[in-house]
Design a protein around this ligand. Structure first.
Ligand code: FES
Ligand code: MG
Length: 606
């Protein structure tokens, strides 16, 4: 026991951590510590345990979350690592978000999870924290909260699931969910076959096994220096995953000893490295939104990186990892091909090797001291390309601007299935929202040609709270049946990282915003996407744009007067609860869709 804990003559230095953190709660600091120990002892902890550094472990297990099904085993392994390194591990819950069971969208809950994470880290007496996430929105939410709380913290992901198989071919969530569903829609496979496929797409616990958002964010965490090299790719159901968890526990104690906080580990260079990784893996477009939100939390980095930075880095960075949806394979193949350790070796010339890692050394030092795994000659699929022989020369993710998206929009050019569409002009076929699209997209009388440009409005952060992953507008059935596989598609929404096609996303400002041009595009307008010029443009004059915006404003005002609250832009001011908070506070996609009051540029803490 610490000898002076209850000695009234000894001032309590609450900065010394653990049980002594945040002692003002009962006015009298000695009494606060006394009381705190009374209650924690009811959990069975001894004075000896309580004198150790306390390592919090964020528990995001939920029976609704298959991506986090292995969290209980991971917590056990993290605890072992913490105890081996001389700390005391204490786990605590925060909300759990899984893609498939988060209505209206998981993105709607990301900022809530970040607030939960931040406040629980702040509130409880942890010396450092292990953030266990996995499914798409969880790792960014945790890092956003972790940076804002700024106690020593590092990430552990649940890891990718294994692929399944169907008729002798490997399949996996969720690129193959979409491919096979598209075949079913087009009548190429029948109901029995699609039911059989349904059994095999997610055959184990873990995150989607392709380069979707979960895998992308895991690789990015390594690129940021926030997770050990093997942390991104080891399968969820592997013993390697448990050993990584054990190592993570020990590292959390080390981070406390070094007083290494996220705002210290992470610098502008860390984020530039993360963006290089994002481009080299052909990562999810969602990662752009998440990274902008994470950057927005960091007082020293916010404002120094914009969407243009992603495009600039993209122009120098080739796509090296051959995984679905840009390529052909699965995360287990990436792991067996050397994983992030091998990728970072290839990327060395493009990285800032002096960026820090959670171990307190630089990325370059960490690479120098970690041997490359020997890859057996007989591994079935080598998915990592050398820098001189990439899968895609450069600019996997591109940023476009123009009158249709003055604040930018994003496209995963490497996932296009018809490269001619990357520089394409066509007539718009406009849908006013998800419901309108669902009603008309398969109508045999819909006037649409293979070279039409499909436009979906009002699925942005405010227009359809949470910005659903509806940006991959389906190919109208009558065209799909004729064999059309890709069309130029544009929206203010997002797209799953596991999806592909020539799809322009995150148009900012969103259609609901009265200043939006996307919001006044009409069927028949000529729309141009010019990848070479990074241009997205609708051929409508300035005057006509103004006239249509004015006309729209009057219509919406009239409808609002008739109490239809047709305009969410106006109606959100009266909404209650989290929905109201979300719709009044969420920022546009180009700045990360975080709440304005949580960003480093927003209001201050004290
Ligand atoms: Fe959780 Fe894909 S649904 S990672
Ligand atoms: Mg996803």
């Amino acid at each position: 026991p610490a000898p002076n804990d209850y000695d009234l003559n000894t001032p309590i230095d609450s900065s010394s951590g653990g049980m002594r953190q945040g002692l003002a709660s009962y006015g009298d600091a000695h009494f606060s510590l006394f009381l705190r120990k009374v209650f924690i002892k009811a959990m069975g902890y001894s004075e000896e345990s309580l004198s150790r550094p306390i390592i919090g472990i964020v528990n995001t297990y939920s029976s609704f979350n298959p991506c986090h099904a292995n969290v209980p085993q991971l917590i056990e392994a993290v605890k072992r690592g913490v105890h081996l390194a001389g700390g005391l591990a204490i786990d605590f819950p925060t909300i759990s978000i899984a893609e498939s069971f988060s209505s209206p969208t998981s993105m709607y809950l990301r900022n809530l999870m970040s607030m939960d994470t931040e406040e629980m880290i702040r509130a409880q007496p942890c010396d450092s924290v292990v953030l266990i996430g996995g499914c798409d929105k969880t790792t960014p939410a945790q890092l956003m909260g972790g940076i804002s709380a700024n106690k020593p913290a590092l990430s552990l992901v649940t890891g990718p699931m294994m692929p399944g198989s169907h008729k002798g071919e490997r399949i996996g969530a969720c690129t193959d969910c979409r491919n096979n569903w598209a075949k079913f829609r087009a009548g190429a496979i029948d109901i029995e076959e699609i039911s059989g496929i349904n059994e095999e797409l997610a055959p184990t616990a873990g995150t989607c096994g392709v380069m979707g958002t979960a895998s992308t964010m895991a690789c990015i965490l390594v690129g940021l220096g926030m997770m050990p090299f093997w942390g991104a790719t080891a399968p969820a159901v592997s013993s390697a995953r448990l050993r990584i968890a054990e190592e993570t526990g020990s590292l959390a104690v080390k981070m406390h000893n070094l007083k290494l906080k996220p705002q210290t580990v992470l610098t502008r260079k860390s984020f530039l490295n993360a963006i290089t990784v994002l481009q080299a893996i052909g990562g999810s477009t969602n990662a752009v939104v998440h990274l902008m939100a994470i950057i927005g939390r960091h007082p020293d980095v916010a404002g120094t990186i914009t969407l243009e930075t992603f495009d600039e880095i993209g122009r120098k960075t080739p796509l090296l990892v051959d995984l679905k949806p840009s390529g052909d394979n699965y995360m287990t193949d990436f792991h067996n091909s050397g994983g992030m350790r091998a990728l970072l070796e290839e990327l060395r010339p493009l990285l800032h090797l002096d960026a820090l890692t959670i171990k307190g050394n630089t990325l370059g030092e960490e690479l120098d001291s970690t041997p490359l795994k020997k890859i057996p000659r007989n591994i079935p699929t080598m998915v990592l390309r050398p820098l001189h022989d990439p899968l895609y020369e450069r600019s996997s993710l591109v940023v476009l601007k123009g009158n249709l998206a003055p604040n930018g929009c994003v496209m995963k050019a490497s996932a296009s299935k018809n490269r001619a569409l990357l520089n394409h002009t066509g007539r718009a076929v406009v849908f006013a929202g998800s419901a309108d699209m669902a009603n008309r997209i398969d109508d045999p009388n819909l006037e649409v040609e293979p070279d039409s440009v499909l436009i979906l409005q009002n699925i942005g952060p405010i227009g359809n709270p949470g910005m659903p992953e509806a940006g991959m507008i389906p190919i109208p059935r009558k065209l799909a049946a004729k064999g059309v596989q890709d069309m130029l598609r544009i929206s203010d929404g997002r797209m799953s990282g596991t999806a592909g096609g020539t799809i322009v996303l995150h148009v900012s400002p969103e259609a609901t915003d009265p200043s939006s041009v996307l919001g006044i595009v009409r069927t028949g307008d000529l729309v141009k996407c010019d990848l070479d010029q990074r241009l997205i443009h609708v051929d409508v004059s300035e005057e006509e744009i103004k006239r249509r915006q004015e006309e729209k404003r009057k219509t919406l005002e009239a409808e609002s007067e008739n109490n239809k609250s047709a305009d969410v832009w106006i109606a959100r001011k009266k909404l209650r609860g989290y929905r109201g908070l979300f719709m009044r506070s969420v920022q546009q996609a180009h700045s990360g869709a975080d709440f304005d009051f949580l960003t480093a540029a927003g209001p201050t803490d004290t």
